[in-house]
Design a protein around this ligand. Sequence first.
Ligand SMILES: CC(=O)SCCNC(=O)CCNC(=O)[C@H](O)C(C)(C)COP(=O)(O)OP(=O)(O)OC[C@H]1O[C@@H](n2cnc3c(N)ncnc32)[C@H](O)[C@@H]1OP(=O)(O)O
Ligand SMILES: O=C([O-])CC(=O)C(=O)O
Length: 443
Amino acid sequence: MNNFFIAQTFGKSSNYTDIPNTLFKEHDVKKGLRNEDGTGVIVGLTRVSDVVGYEYVEGKKTNVPGKLYYRGIEISDLVNGKGNDRYGFEETCFLLLFGYLPTDRELKEFTAILQKHYLLPNEFFERNMLRTPSCNLMNSLQKSILALYDYDNDPDNTEPYQTLLKGINLLAKLPTLAVYAYQSKIHYYDRESLVIHYPKPEYSVAENILYLLRHDGMFTKQEANLLDVMLMIHGDHGGGNNSTFTNVVISSTGTDIYSAISGSIGSLKGPKHGGANIRCSEMISAIEKEIGFKATENQMKAVIERILAKDFYDNSGLVYGLGHAVYTMSDPRANLLKACCEKLAKQKDRVEEYEFLTKFESVAKACLAGNGKTLSNNVDFYSGFAYNMLQIPEDMYTPLFVCARMAGWLAHNIENKMYDGRIMRPATKYVGNANPYIKREER
Ligand SMILES: CC(=O)SCCNC(=O)CCNC(=O)[C@H](O)C(C)(C)COP(=O)(O)OP(=O)(O)OC[C@H]1O[C@@H](n2cnc3c(N)ncnc32)[C@H](O)[C@@H]1OP(=O)(O)O
Ligand SMILES: O=C([O-])CC(=O)C(=O)O
């Protein structure tokens, strides 16, 4: 809808609705729930995970190389510890949900429970997905999660243990939902053949995603291993990231888990959060098209300056894949991914693209540093390249983030129910005028 009257009235309304920036300072309002030095306002306590990007040395914020811990274990130790002969995402989910590393027997049982729940209810796909395809997979996932509410005979039970059971069911089904949303989308919107495989109960989550996505269902162990690592490193990120905080805010009203997860998916879709992986990939493609793989540093610098001047790609002024609310010097996930990408790029003969990315990363950081902004790259910088090397379509990038982050959302949801539980209800300060009601004929 584009309506001249609404547009004109909207323009006029700023005379009545404007909030000058100075008032935020005057009332000590923490925009974006951030302190003066950029650090986040503490809104809760957690034992699920820790995100470290700075320390306080003698009361002063000091930047440090980024660290991410799941239940106290460093993410790189988890990833390196699993090796190449087994999958680690299931172990990561167990760790996040139960607080400790599973024994072999516990992991087998937990994996078997996930595998048992991969399959969607009878006719779910036909009724809820194929008949109502969405051009956006994240919206499709929200709809599917909300539809699953109706397949639960006690959906409003928010007791922590019941939440855990319902959440594990969603964790198991999300990869199937994501791939089926993709298959329906390309069938309906892109006029491609519809290829639907049933999930294989003997496969790991990573294996199943590749199996369901590919027409021939084939994948290599090495491909499944990389996807497994991707899922592990996206599994959680503290309680302050937007989608997890959203989850806890929604759930603190006592509403059902389906509503809370659907809200988190809506948050994660945003291009400043999980949606940055698609934007970053599109941005890099646009840059490569503009200046080519063999571009010089000066050519890259010129494009970056155009991005910052809101004159390139989506005109947002953002270099996607750069910057983070917590990490200052580095994002440990990006470091892990960069190393994986370097290895795979050599095997897949894509070193030229990898080198383009690494060069772009350093030129972009230098440009922003020149503007007084010291930013590190984040997990979304290399994830698109990794997915692309796995022949995973761009549409699936953020939905895969959902499949992984479901574990973290669930762990924080339950933790909050058990140890906080109070409805989230911050306050806003009224800064408008007191106005008399004026009779219509006198306005
Ligand atoms: C999984 C994830 O969610 S990881 C994050 C993925 N998001 C992206 O990659 C999108 C690009 N990055 C960003 O938008 C931001 O860096 C965020 C949202 C990640 C973090 O935002 P914040 O912590 O609020 O940083 P903030 O916005 O205060 O940044 C400080 C300054 O650097 C600028 N800046 C931050 N990141 C970028 C960027 N990627 N490109 C250009 N400028 C940037 C901001 O515009 C701001 O400038 P200003 O002080 O002149 O207004
Ligand atoms: O922590 C954040 O703000 C964003 C992020 O990297 C994540 O959720 O993975």
